[in-house]
Every structure is written in C-alpha cells, then in structure tokens.
Design a protein around this ligand. Structure first.
Ligand SMILES: Cc1cc2nc3c(=O)[nH]c(=O)nc-3n(C[C@H](O)[C@H](O)[C@H](O)COP(=O)(O)OP(=O)(O)OC[C@H]3O[C@@H](n4cnc5c(N)ncnc54)[C@H](O)[C@@H]3O)c2cc1C
Length: 495
C-alpha cells in the first residue's frame, strides 16, 4: 500500500513540475487561426513551434456539446459561402456533414401567433433586401466623395427605411443584429452593412449549416493531424497563459502551472475580447496606439439558446420569429440523426446587450421568459416547459469575452491596421484582424496563414513592414483608391 502511495505521489509531482521550454515560434491559441499558422509553418518545413491553449481540445470558438441525444454547436455553425472559402474546402476534404441553410425559409409570427398573411412577411423581407443593396451603393458613393463614415442607422434612415412596425423591426433584426450581433446604431456603414458581404456574401453558392456529430472542429483536428500527432509535445493543451513578455528580440510566455516558454517569435491569436480585458498580462503594457485600436472595435455576444422539448409543437420552417430569431433544428437535414434521436430542439438567438442580460440569469429564469414568448407564438398549442436548456455564456467566458468582432462606427482603417500590427516580435492574428472576413472562421484561418508567412519572412529573409499609425487622424474616405478594392469592400481599402 505504501509503495502504491509513493508512486502516486511521484506521478502527481511530475505532472505539476514546471518546465523551461525553448522554441522558435510560440503560437498562443489552438483555434482556427493558431492551427492555420502552425500548418503554414509546417508546410515551409519550420517545425520548431509550440501551440499553447487553455482548453482541453482544438478549435477555440468552434466547439460543440451533447444536448439530448444530439450534438449542438455552441459557437461557429455556418460555413459562409463555398467556392474558394478555405473552410468549405476543408469541410469537403474531411467529409464534414452539412445541410444548406436557406435564409428565405422563414415563418413570421406576431404577438398573436403565426402571421396569417405570410406574404406580408415575405414582402417586408424583400423590401429590406433592396435597402441592403442600396446601403452598399450608398457606402461606395460616399467613399468616392470622401465623406465620413455613418452609423448604419443613419444610413438606413437617409435611405428611407424606418423600422416603425414590429414586423419591420424583426426583419431588420434578422438582417443586421443577427449577422453583426449589434444593432444598426453601432454598425459602421462603410465597413459593416455597406459591404458586399452583407448582401451577397464574399464567397458564392450559399451557406451551409454544420450537422456533423463529430463537431465542426473535426476539420481543424484533421488539419492538425496532417502535421502533428495529438500527443506531440508541441501541442500544449490545458495550459493557461497568464503573462506574455515581449521585446524586439524574443517573447517569453508564462503559464499558470509555472511553465516558461522562451521563443524568438510569438503569434497571439487570443480573441479581441481577451485582448481588451486584463485576463493576460502583457509586459510592457501595450502602447496607446495599440490599445486605442483594440478598444475601437467591438467584441459582440451572439448567444444560441438551445431548448429540448418532449414534443414538437412547431412546423417545418428553418427560421422564424417575431421577438428574436428562432431556428428549428428539426427542420429536414438539421439534426445529425433526426429520426433516431427523438430530440425536438428549438434554438433561439439573442445578441448584444440582450445576450449579456441573459448571461446574468439562471437557466430557469431564461426558460420562464422563453415560455411566455412561445405561448404567444403558438397560442393553440399545449407546450410543456423544455426538459433541458443550454445557454453558452460567451461574454463571461475568460478565454473569449464575447463571440466575434464587429466593425463599429468610429473605428477607421488605420485603427484596423494598428490592431494587426506586431509589437516587437509579438505578432497578432485572429478573426478580428481580418479586414475582409472579420467575425468569420475563414477570417481567422486566412489570418493565421498570413501571419505565419510574415514570420517565415523574418526568419528566412526580411520581416515585412506592417503599416501602423501612432496617431489616427482624419477619415478613411480621403484614402479612397478605386483601384485598390478587395472582396468584401467595394472601394474602402485592401492590405
Ligand atoms: C456563438 C458564435 C457563433 C459563431 N458563428 C459563426 C459561424 O456560423 N460561421 C463562422 O464562420 N464564424 C462564426 N463564429 C466566429 C468563429 O467562431 C470565429 O471567428 C473563429 O472561431 C475564431 O478563431 P480564432 O482562432 O481567431 O480565435 P479563437 O477560436 O478564440 O482561438 C483563440 C484560442 O486562444 C485560447 N486562449 C484564450 N486565452 C488564453 C489564455 N489565457 N491561455 C491559453 N489559451 C488562451 C482560447 O482557448 C482559444 O482556443 C461564431 C462564433 C461564436 C462564438
């Protein structure tokens, strides 16, 4: 017995023994950006790197959880566009199960139940679609005239759109808040609602909803396995980073279990929310131009609340709602094993301050509120309270502090360049640093690749120079250059 205890003690001591580790590149975060950066380094035969993440799994904000007999995605769920979208390419390559997401398959409800005249809803949605096209033209015209950015609310009003009926407000919510996770008052015209992305998407052929029981992060795990074993020492999961000390020569990373990682370069892929918070101590403190840039963008909160019912009391629509947006996970193709699971799942989304309010409530309190809305939506149905509720709390989560970034009114192109610019040998990448695809998984993936190539440049030849502005002045429109556009923006700028 004594012998067993002795060995157990030794094993325990070994597992908490702090280590001093040296590497060329340390990648902070094993989300899409971190995996992409590591893959690009590997492809260039640079294997001297370490990936560190506090979570026990790969994927960051791409994560799933069992709910009923199904798996639900708590974070990223849609692949936005196909064509050259790298995420779509990986999904195809790794056989990820998806189903088409049809934003036109909507049922409209009001305070008295499903609208009898569904055409009224369709007509209002069509009306808003044409306003969205006008927003893009309007943004382009204003940029050409070197006019200042506007809030999307101001632009919508100037274009004659007024959400002065509950139906119009719901349609606007579905198109703006549900996508950008913030209301029109907050969203920039030039860099959010007035971009091509808001109308057609920047990749073609429609969106796919992931319904794979292995989870959306399966594709990231498969990508990682192409160059690293999951038990390789270069993958340090369950490791919380508490401090990052950087200068022009190297970066030292300190973890909560006492490890010290000394690297020549670091790629920080923490979310914008984490960088805005004090979760990790950076030494020296970021200079003011960097802090101004990080604080100028918004880390929003998008909450998918999952409700499991004994019985299904709703129809076969994909999206519906009056108060917020509801999704029917029992719609054809949506649950990964619909017939055998026996699950009846509705998903309702909240955003922004409403999400933050909900995160402060208990499951039971949220359930009661939701039941009141459902009784109004389905007045003649007998609805038993849900048997289970799942509420991801992204805003409160210390590893994310929100769900994804948004470009608000008041943040300029120069702020974005500053957010992306390295500090000494500490480099930054993530969905938020992608001008074209901020907020999206593919934005993170492309940024990971880009930052890895920059560091490879530093190692092999010369570091690329990233534009940065110690003082941000003026409006971006003055920099308008019609020959310099990129996929998301018609004329705003490109890197
Ligand atoms: C609710 C929700 C819905 C979304 N829907 C979609 C969608 O449908 N389609 C889409 O394309 N995108 C969607 N997104 C956005 C998408 O998930 C992100 O853009 C993408 O996952 C970001 O990847 P990343 O690697 O840049 O960041 P992250 O995934 O945040 O990776 C950063 C990593 O850093 C780690 N980390 C943070 N702090 C520390 C620390 N102190 N120590 C150690 N590790 C740390 C984290 O654990 C994390 O793994 C959604 C996001 C959310 C939350």
């Amino acid at each position: 017995m004594k012998l067993v205890l002795f060995w157990l003690l030794l094993i325990a001591l070994d597992s908490i023994e702090s280590k001093r580790i040296k590497t060329k590149v340390v990648i902070l975060g094993a989300g899409a950006t971190g995996i992409s950066a590591a893959k690009s380094l590997s492809e260039a035969n640079m294997s001297d790197f370490i990936i560190v993440d506090a979570q026990s799994f790969i994927g960051g904000r791409v994560q799933h959880q069992a709910f009923g007999n199904s798996q639900v995605e708590l974070g990223a769920n849609w692949i936005y566009g196909k064509g050259d979208n790298p995420i779509y390419g990986m999904a195809t390559q790794h056989g990820l199960k998806t189903t088409p997401s049809d934003k036109n398959n909507v049922a409209y409800f009001d305070d008295f139940g499903m609208l009898e005249d569904q055409e009224k809803g369709i007509h209002t949605s069509d009306e808003f679609e044409s306003v969205k096209v006008k927003l893009v033209d309007y943004a382009e015209k204003r940029m050409k005239r070197q006019q200042v950015d506007l809030s999307s609310r101001s632009a919508l009003s100037l274009l004659g759109w007024k959400p002065n009926t509950p139906l119009k407000a719901a349609v606007e919510y579905f198109n703006i808040d549900w996508e950008f996770s913030e209301p029109a008052e907050m969203c920039s015209l030039d860099y959010a609602t007035g971009t091509v992305d808001s109308v057609t998407g920047t990749y073609p052929f429609g969106n796919e909803f992931v319904v794979d029981e292995r989870g959306f992060n399966h594709i990231l795990v498969q990508e990682l396995k192409t160059f690293l074993h999951l038990n390789d020492d270069r993958l340090m999961l369950n490791t919380l980073i508490t401090e990052v000390i950087y200068n022009d020569q190297n970066v030292t990373v300190i973890t909560s279990n006492g490890h010290v990682i000394e690297a020549e370069y670091a790629i920080c892929t923490f979310s914008l929310g984490v960088l805005q918070s004090d979760s990790v101590q950076f030494s020296p403190v970021f200079p003011e131009w960097k802090r101004e840039s990080l604080l100028s963008f918004h880390m929003t909160t998008y909450t998918k609340i999952f409700l499991l019912f004994k019985q299904k009391f709703w129809g076969d629509w994909q999206h519906g709602g009056y108060y917020t947006v509801w999704q029917n996970l029992n719609a054809p193709g949506y649950l990964f094993k619909p017939a055998s699971s026996g699950d009846n799942i509705l998903m309702v989304t909240t955003t922004d301050t409403e999400s933050q309010r909900i995160e402060r409530m208990t499951k039971a309190q949220v359930g009661n509120e939701i039941m009141r809305v459902l009784h109004k939506m389905f007045p003649s149905a007998t609805i038993e309270p849900p048997v289970d509720i799942l509420i991801p709390r992204w805003h409160q989560h210390n590893l994310f502090r929100g769900s994804y970034s948004n470009w608000p009114i008041g943040a300029s192109k120069k702020h974005h360049l500053n957010m992306r610019a390295p500090l000494g040998n500490l480099w930054f990448a993530g969905e938020a640093t992608s001008a074209d695809y901020y907020g999206f998984l593919h934005g993170g993936w492309l940024e990971g690749k880009s930052v890895a190539n920059s560091i490879l440049g530093c190692i092999t030849t010369k570091c690329p120079v990233y534009e940065k502005h110690e003082i941000v002045t003026g409006c971006d429109s003055a920099n308008f250059n019609s020959g310099n556009s990129n996929p998301r923006f018609l004329g705003q700028f490109s890197y």
